[in-house]
Design a protein around this ligand. Structure first.
Ligand code: UGA
Length: 456
């Protein structure tokens, strides 16, 4: 089949490459000239496992074309997918102006050049009602050939997007037209099975299902993160608590990993957008608001625990992992960056390392923080290490070597990689999120968190 994908960002490019891999003829339209030129030179501006190799393959064999604008011959396509950004506006609402501008340009060109019907589908996460609005734009355009509107939300995770594309839990097609659904069945042929179904829904249900999934997962994380704070107080172990909860098949074991807070370009944006959609429809989504609130405060707790762990106020802190999660160089809304902001505001020197996100982190802070390729170099003369992102590279650190580099032996593990026992053997005082604080030294730690809070 022939398809056009509008937007060569994360969602658009991964989808374009994977559809082209499946044998479809794909054109990816990236209107930003410099990004478009970079893609034409086979340079991908972000890191995503498996993507570059596959991109080079399909771009070289001609299944994938990159263009900076949609052209008349593109209207031979069966499906046009909209994968442009829908960033968060200050109100929390998703800003769909780029998306609607793209629809306007497509419809204007289609009026002159479309010789056959085509499907216009959203792929980016869009507010409920967007598909219906696009239908009204199509109706006002008065085209000779029918344009069918659909919603096909993506569920790709950064860091495993290519794998997720080829192993979807479900493929959702929102459309009023059974023939449109059949076209999508052909488009995704080979990917859907009985256990990984392609599901026909209404436009509104398809749109809402994406927000529902992301917000539910975010809520699950906020729930376990709040329990981690409680575990610190009552002496329970959050890792085991989460494991025991997850053994209940009704709950499930996924997305119960405590963390310094969820980040990235999706959960923070989508939870706010759903809260906004609720409010605009007169529904106060209190659970969603609670999840957002808990997430906003998770890093405060981590910061205060770090300060409490250090027997002498730290002057230098090392952050291991700045990406919002492993296997990506994306630092948007990363909890590590929120912590860095807190440290810089307290005039603490920040040294950091990350396997892939050094450049993206430097793009945010310039030389206000100090980058090191090696975690051991990043630990030099530091008063505390904070393990903020659970990269595999940080799962087998030589703790004794790290300890030897440092000025003061403090270790904060916000991803529960290490045990108190192994950190203690290496000579560290440690705080593990949801597993409490252990001091190796004989000097008593400050216990009055309020005082620490005030001095920080
Ligand atoms: C998320 C969804 O998982 C995808 O299904 C969806 O397609 C995507 O958003 C999107 O809307 O485009 P992503 O943001 O790439 O994917 O990353 P996740 O793996 O979901 O992680 C998000 C955040 O939650 C990360 O900061 C991660 O560290 C945190 N997290 C995740 C936890 O704190 N605990 C967990 O147990 C799991």
């Amino acid at each position: 089949m022939k398809i056009i994908i509008i937007g060569g960002g994360y969602v658009g490019l991964v989808s374009a490459v994977c559809f082209a891999n499946m044998g479809h003829q794909v054109t990816c339209v990236e209107q930003n000239e410099s990004k478009c030129m970079a893609l034409q030179k086979q340079h991908i501006p972000f890191y995503e496992p498996e993507l570059l190799e596959r991109f080079v393959d399909v771009h070289t064999n001609g299944n994938l074309h990159i263009q900076s604008a949609i052209s008349p011959e593109n209207f031979e396509s069966d499906v046009i997918m909209l994968a442009v950004g829908t960033p968060m506006a200050p109100s929390g609402e998703a800003d769909c102006s780029d998306l609607f501008n793209a629809v306007t340009s497509i419809l204007t060109l289609a009026k002159q050049h479309a010789t056959r019907p085509f499907i216009l589908s959203t792929k980016s996460t869009v507010p409920v009602g967007t598909g219906r609005h696009i239908m009204s734009m199509v109706a006002s355009a008065n085209l000779e050939r029918p344009v069918h509107v659909a919603s096909n939300p993506e569920f790709l995770r950064e860091g495993s997007a290519v794998h997720d594309f080829f192993h979807p839990d479900r493929i959702i097609i929102g459309t009023e037209d059974v023939a449109v659904f059949r076209t999508f069945q052909q488009l995704y042929k080979g990917l859907h099975t009985e256990s990984r179904p392609i599901v026909h829904a209404t436009l509104e249900t398809a749109e809402l299902s994406k927000y529902a999934a992301n917000t539910f997962l975010a809520t699950k994380i906020s729930f376990i993160n709040e329990l981690a704070l409680l575990c610190d107080k009552v002496g329970a172990d959050i890792k085991q608590t989460a494991k025991l909860m997850g053994m209940d098949g009704r709950i499930g074991k996924y997305f119960l990993n405590p963390s310094p807070g969820y980040g990235g370009s999706c959960f923070p944006k989508d939870t706010h957008a759903l809260q906004f959609i609720g409010a605009s429809n007169g529904i106060n989504l209190k659970v969603v608001s609670g999840a957002i609130h808990a997430n906003n405060h998770q890093i405060d707790h981590c910061f205060l625990q770090l300060m409490a762990l250090c027997l002498v106020p730290p002057t230098t802190v090392t952050i291991l992992g700045t990406a919002f999660k492993p296997n990506t160089d994306d630092v948007r809304e990363s909890a590590a960056l929120k912590l860095i902001d807190r440290l810089l505001a307290a005039n603490i020197r920040v040294q950091f390392s990350d396997p892939k996100a050094i450049q993206t982190t430097k793009a945010v802070y310039g030389d206000r923080i100090h980058a090191h390729e090696s975690p051991y170099d990043a630990a030099k003369n530091s008063d505390a290490i904070v393990l903020a992102t659970e990269w595999n590279d940080y799962r087998h650190l030589d703790l004794t070597r790290l300890h030897a580099k440092m000025k003061s032996p403090n270790f904060v593990d916000l991803r529960l990689i290490y045990s108190h026992e192994e950190l203690s053997i290496a000579g560290f005082n440690a705080y593990i999120l949801g597993k409490g604080m252990h001091h190796n030294t004989t000097i008593s730690p400050p216990t009055d968190i309020e005082t620490i809070q005030q001095s920080a």
